[in-house]
Design a protein around this ligand. Structure first.
Ligand code: ATP
Ligand code: MG
Length: 355
């Protein structure tokens, strides 16, 4: 999982230190990200239903000369939530301020950001499910009526002060929509789940990235990488870079199907896109728990990962690929998992089906 974890740690460290970071600052620091991150709807590949909805909402907001409704994007990491927020800002022709819920610990953090917003601007809050109660309550009137309700004084002398705010758009992103409080969720006008990308879409992401980085790649080469990218553009982009290094050092620099497969084998990324962490998780359930069900805490302790990484990063793809199932009694694998990992124990598969 290091591919994603590195990225996340970087982002969290940066955002936690600075409650407000302009999108450009993050992008300037991350040169690679900066040049490959799509800035327009045309270069933002896939998610077509969502893009169509957004284009209409943006056109309507522009016609009314009002900011866009508040938006909530949810879905597994690396599917393009932050990227899409940037595309929307670009399309609306407004600035975007980026922060993350863990950076909004004290009331003054969120108040400071809200008061710094200019009319029409976008406030992007990442990991919004981690917002604390106080920050949430400050946000409610800000989202609904564009006001800040501040209380001053103590007990009998307490007074509420209403401070008007410019009209702004809040874009929230989360990998865990289920953990968002009901009242907060209800205040978003548009709520949308980002889907995993198809192989065709990922091959387009890969070809586009290779083009920007001046890497030669065949169509088959792009599909070979796409197949092992777990439906995720961030992973696809990381793999293009790794495979390009391999192609350059071991061959003539061009990525072909054979070279892509060879280097991905060396990186121990299998043809389902699973890496060592995924495989040890699945093997543990098979070998130590007879296919499951087994609790997530037990799995995490046994493979030395934290529960959140497993839930947020490993599981969404394993669930959707049908290699893992969630039951009230814990996680279990499917017959497909046995087959994929090369187990021949048909008896265990039969027992599995009895659950
Ligand atoms: N639709 C897309 N088309 C092309 N590239 C994309 C697309 N979506 C994402 N990417 C690429 O994938 C990378 C990861 O996307 P992004 O950072 O927006 O994901 P995220 O959903 O915000 O992830 P996280 O939940 O970890 O914050 C970006 O750098 C971008 O280059
Ligand atoms: Mg993001």
């Amino acid at each position: 999982m290091s591919i994603i974890a590195d990225d996340d740690n970087f982002k969290k460290a940066r955002v936690e230190k600075n409650p407000v970071i302009k999108a450009e600052t993050i992008e300037f620091d991350k040169n690679f990200e900066n040049c490959i991150r799509p800035k327009t709807f045309d270069s933002y590949i896939g998610q077509s239903a969502l893009k169509e909805t957004l284009k209409i909402s943006i056109a309507a907001a522009k016609k009314r000369e009002l900011p866009l409704d508040h938006l909530l994007f949810y879905g597994p990491p690396g599917l393009g939530k932050t990227t899409l927020a940037g595309v929307i800002a670009e399309q609306m022709g407004v600035d975007i301020k980026i922060t993350s819920a863990p950076a909004l610990e004290r009331p003054r953090d969120i108040i400071g950001i809200l008061m710094s917003l200019k009319g029409g601007e976008i406030l992007f809050i990442d990991e919004i499910h981690r917002l604390n109660k106080v920050a949430e309550e400050i946000l409610y009137p800000a989202m609904e009526d564009f006001v800040l309700d501040m209380t001053t004084g103590k007990s009998q002398t307490v007074k509420t002060l209403r401070i008007p705010l410019p009209k702004f758009t809040l874009i929230g992103a989360t990998t865990k929509a289920g953990e968002l409080s009901g009242p907060l969720r209800d205040r978003f006008g548009i709520i949308h789940r980002l889907e995993f990308y198809t192989e065709d879409e990922l091959a387009r992401v890969i070809t586009r990235t290779a083009g920007i980085l001046d890497i030669e790649i065949t169509e088959e080469g792009a599909y070979a990488i796409a197949k092992r990218s777990r439906g995720t553009p961030r992973i696809a982009n990381r793999l293009v870079k790794r495979v390009a290094d391999f192609a350059l050092v071991k061959h003539d620099g061009k990525i072909t199907e054979t070279i892509a497969n060879e280097s991905l084998d060396i990186l121990k990324i299998d043809n389902f896109g699973l890496d060592n962490t995924d495989r040890s998780l699945l093997k543990l359930i098979i070998e130590k728990y007879d296919g499951g069900p087994v609790g997530i805490e037990t799995i995490a302790a046994a493979i030395g990962e934290d529960v959140r990484t497993i839930e947020d990063v490993c599981e969404p793809y394993l669930l959707q690929a049908g290699l893992l199932q969630r039951t009230p009694r814990g996680r279990k694998v499917s017959p497909e998992t046995y087959r994929h990992l090369g187990y021949k124990n048909i008896k265990t598969i039969d027992q599995q089906n009895l659950f």
